[in-house]
Design a binder for this molecule. Structure first.
Ligand SMILES: O=C(O)C(=O)C[C@]1(C(=O)O)C=C[C@@H](O)C=C1
Length: 375
């Protein structure tokens, strides 16, 4: 029996060894594909190719009694490797944006943009506090000026920019959009574009990352930058600055506020994090990670994000407090019907996405469980 087990395990080792060799081969091929795409000016992310490839391999797998979901998981993970290994050198469809200046280019987001522009062959100059005295020289002849500075300094920094050439594209990446876009339109007579990358500096690649686009003063230069972002694989969502800021009040301010309060509440409890984690279901562990994640990031940045829009969220806060209060009352009164009614209100809001949320969260939970190492 022991020998049978040892033999079968050696067969598994052989399969896994072949798998490693195949993955290495696939990586080498996708790297070459990346080089060709660079010279053709093609994007990293080709959704049609991906869906065609996934469908073909799912069918093939199912015919051989292998789960289609398993193959899709593996292939998607491998495609993520492709995105990463293809982004060291990227196609350039906007050489007219060279040289580019990143104002605040020593900050983490500024560096992220600088790296990506350079990988696309665009000359990048950094203008941060250290280079302040040379601002005019650095900005001379710039075709793209990208402002990546803290929210509470953005207007002042835009106002303080020396006059830029009329054909220079002025862009900001602040997480609010109305004031910065207005300030840029005021300070510059050329093309203006507001961007809000919905991701932090720790992304491993740009594919499928969302960037909200707020047009300031449209022209070809702005279109060129958008085309370049698409080459990197970013998903662009166009929105008016006001609409964006209102959405952010919910997505960022209210969300962060809830997480912020909850994290501080947890810190006051007598149970250690380990104890809480040990008796949490996978979904709750994921939630804990999301809460913990906020506190692992820049307190400055998140305080600024909440403060920047706090004056505009008064009515949202009132709504939030009302619902909190009403729920407490229902609980105190043992009002089960009332609680159930609350469920059905929220459920109808989520209804269209309920299925896909369930599927996606199940996949995340499985992944979280897989990555657990038990001693
Ligand atoms: O076919 C390509 O263009 C690739 O870069 C390869 C690949 C893959 O890994 O299969 C990666 C990214 C694309 O979105 C599509 C497919």
């Amino acid at each position: 029996m022991d020998q049978d087990l040892a033999f079968l395990r050696s067969e598994i080792d052989e399969c896994d060894t072949e798998l490693v060799a195949i993955l290495a081969k696939r990586n080498r091929i996708t790297e070459q594909v990346g080089k060709i795409k660079r010279s053709l000016g093609a994007p990293v992310y080709i959704p049609e190719r991906e869906s065609q490839l996934l469908a073909a391999r799912r069918t093939q797998a199912e015919l051989q009694g292998v789960s289609g979901d398993l193959i899709e998981d593996i292939l998607r993970r491998m495609m993520r490797e492709s995105y990463q290994n293809q982004q060291s050198e990227l196609a350039c469809v906007a050489p007219q944006l060279s040289p580019a200046v990143i104002v605040g280019g020593e900050g983490v987001m500024g560096q992220l943009f600088a790296r990506q522009l350079k990988r696309s062959g665009i000359e990048v100059r950094i203008l941060d506090k250290k280079q302040h005295c040379f601002a005019s020289e650095i900005l001379e002849g710039a075709k793209l000026v990208l402002v990546s500075v803290p929210i509470n300094k953005v207007e002042e920094i835009i106002k303080g920019l020396p006059k830029l050439d009329d054909d220079c594209l002025l862009v900001d990446i602040t997480s609010i959009k109305q004031q910065p876009v207005a300030a840029m339109l005021d300070a510059h007579s050329g093309p203006v574009l507001g961007l809000h990358p919905m991701f932090g500096p720790d992304i491993e690649h740009w594919v499928k990352q969302t960037i909200v686009v707020c047009h300031g003063r449209k022209n070809d230069k702005a279109d060129l930058l958008l085309a370049q972002l698409k080459i990197w694989g970013a998903q662009l969502v166009e929105m008016a600055p006001k609409k964006h800021d209102e959405a952010m009040q919910i997505v960022q301010v209210m969300r962060h506020l809830t997480t912020f309060v909850y994290g501080q509440f947890l810190a006051k409890q007598t149970h250690s994090l380990q104890e809480i984690k040990d008796c949490s279901s996978p979904i709750y562990q994921l939630e804990l990670m999301m809460v913990g994640r906020l506190f692992a990031q820049s307190p400055e940045l998140y305080s600024d994000i909440m403060l920047a829009q706090f004056d505009n969220v008064e009515s949202l806060l009132e709504d939030y407090k009302d619902i909190y209060q009403q729920t407490l009352v229902k609980l105190k009164n043992r009002d089960k019907a009332g609680l159930i009614a609350g469920f059905s209100d929220a459920k109808s809001y989520f209804s269209n996405s309920a299925e896909s949320f369930l599927k996606q969260s199940r996949a995340l939970l499985n992944k979280a469980n897989d990555s657990k190492v038990l001693e």
